[in-house]
Design a protein around this ligand. Structure first.
Ligand code: TRP
Length: 457
């Protein structure tokens, strides 16, 4: 163990922190709205397949590299594979910084929803007008202010380091979020829209899924599981040698997927049950999380007056445990590479990333260059462009390279030792061939077909 880097207290500590990284806006905000835009069913199936076939093996691979080297991504790949492979670490850190930049803006919305709910709890609920969310989006100063607040929260925890801040907070907040979400789903399922919602989510209809939807499903699997940029390398570097990588990874994957599906079921049911909500959501699908749930809290749910504000506090915390893990990637790189103190590394990386947050925050309104340029078809403005670029291109490419690295470069022996499996174990053989062939081939074929299909979107 490198002195001064700290360590997780236990496997539960690791699972909670890694699940904290994985469970976030990806599950609560992005998965439901992508599922909606891609027409449910088939999208969800492709997503689940991607989680199982690519996500789980890749998560094991990332943790393995981290634990073997006890280093953050750039030095980890360099020490195992030589100088050339440091590029892979850099790609990851760049993706992490990009994601963090816009993610913090969305995370800021949870603060606003919290305040809004607090007001409704105290003064009674008034359903917002259809245009309300759009007006909020185009309020530049407010967007920057909320992003700034969230940046402060994130930096102040990363500043304190692993164990002290991250682990403790996650152990309490993750179970709380899960409990509220369960209650939300159970309440939603008493509403009449449930069968329509469940059909939309689980009934596959392949003809409605475009190639681009495949890319988004696979990209979302990477994004939601925090894969493809070395976040799990970083977290794995603090995992105790005694712990099983497979079991730890499996827990994280199952929890993450469950939360995404539960969130989706709750939101879709509400949309199909409350009249007028469908049109409010379709005006701004990106805001689905923040538009749908208050209606449930204040019109259908016993105790919703208390749970409404509380829920958005927990959303903020779920987002926070994710931004912390993103911040940890860039910060620990600077610490390992340049040898700065954690304090200095945190401050400098935070400032750099915040520039990206400002640009994203200003790109949500209706006018101006920041919000109107369209590099990827249908993705207008800085925030959507960064999201699409990082999640659907950079993470899959990063993941592709990581599987190749672990499968072919690292050597069977090292993998066996770290995974604690015998060569004769069929589970090991299956994992190895997935990492060597199946996962990289799946990603490669997808990326090539999207490029060749000129569906460069
Ligand atoms: N997984 C997080 C979410 O679903 C986002 C996230 C945190 C992330 N760390 C990451 C995504 C690292 C990719 C890589 O909200």
């Amino acid at each position: 163990m490198t002195a001064g880097r700290g360590n997780w207290g236990s496997r539960v500590g690791f699972v909670m922190a890694a699940a904290g990284s994985a469970v976030g806006l990806g599950n609560l905000w992005k998965f439901p709205y992508l599922t909606w835009e891609n027409n449910g069913g088939a999208f969800v199936i492709v997503y689940l397949l991607a989680v199982l076939v690519i996500g789980l093996p890749l998560m094991m691979s990332e943790i393995l590299v981290g634990r073997k080297t006890q280093l953050s991504p750039v030095p980890a790949f360099t020490s195992l594979g030589g100088k050339k492979w440091s590029a892979l670490g850099w790609l990851g850190v760049t993706s992490g910084a990009i994601i963090q930049a816009y993610y913090i803006v969305i995370a800021g919305w949870s603060l606003r929803s919290f305040v809004q709910c607090l007001g409704w709890s105290l003064q009674g609920y008034i359903a917002p007008a259809e245009s309300e969310f759009g007006e909020f989006l185009s309020n530049g100063p407010l967007q920057i202010g909320l992003a700034f607040l969230f940046t402060l929260f994130t930096a102040s925890i990363v500043y304190r380091g692993i164990g002290g801040g991250i682990e403790k907070a996650n152990k309490i907040l993750m179970p709380a979020l899960f409990a509220i979400l369960m209650y939300l789903v159970l309440t939603a399922l008493t509403m009449e829209g449930r069968s329509e919602a469940l059909t939309k989510i689980f009934m596959p209809n392949l003809s409605t899924l475009k190639l681009r939807g495949f890319l988004e499903a696979v990209g979302q699997a990477f994004f939601s599981l925090s894969l493809g940029l070395g976040a799990m390398v970083t977290y794995g570097s603090y995992l105790d040698k005694k712990e099983s990588i497979f079991k730890s990874a499996l827990w994280v994957v199952v929890l993450d997927t469950l939360v995404a599906l539960l969130a989706c079921v709750a939101m879709f049911t509400i949309i199909f049950s409350v009249s007028g909500l469908g049109s409010r959501v379709s005006g701004s699908t990106i805001g689905m999380l923040f538009i749908t749930l208050p209606d449930l809290f204040y019109t259908h749910m016993p105790g919703g007056v208390i749970l409404g504000p509380l829920f958005f506090v927990l959303v903020a915390f779920a987002a926070l445990s994710s931004t912390i893990s993103l911040g940890e990637v860039t910060t620990s790189l600077v610490i390992d590479l340049i040898g700065w103190t954690r304090a200095r590394a945190t401050i400098v990386t935070t400032c750099v990333v915040f520039i990206g947050s400002i640009l994203s925050a200003l790109s949500l309104g209706a006018n101006g260059l920041l919000s109107s340029f369209e590099f990827f078809e249908g993705k207008k403005g800085v925030l959507s462009t960064l999201d699409h670029l990082a999640a659907n291109w950079m993470l899959p490419v990063g993941g592709f390279l990581i599987t190749l690295f672990v499968g072919w470069k690292l050597g069977r022996r090292t993998c066996m030792d770290e995974l604690g499996l015998l060569q004769s174990n069929p589970a090991f053989t299956a994992w190895l061939w997935i990492v060597r062939i199946v996962a990289p081939a799946a990603v490669l074929i997808l990326l090539i077909s999207v490029i060749m299909g000129k569906d460069f979107s």
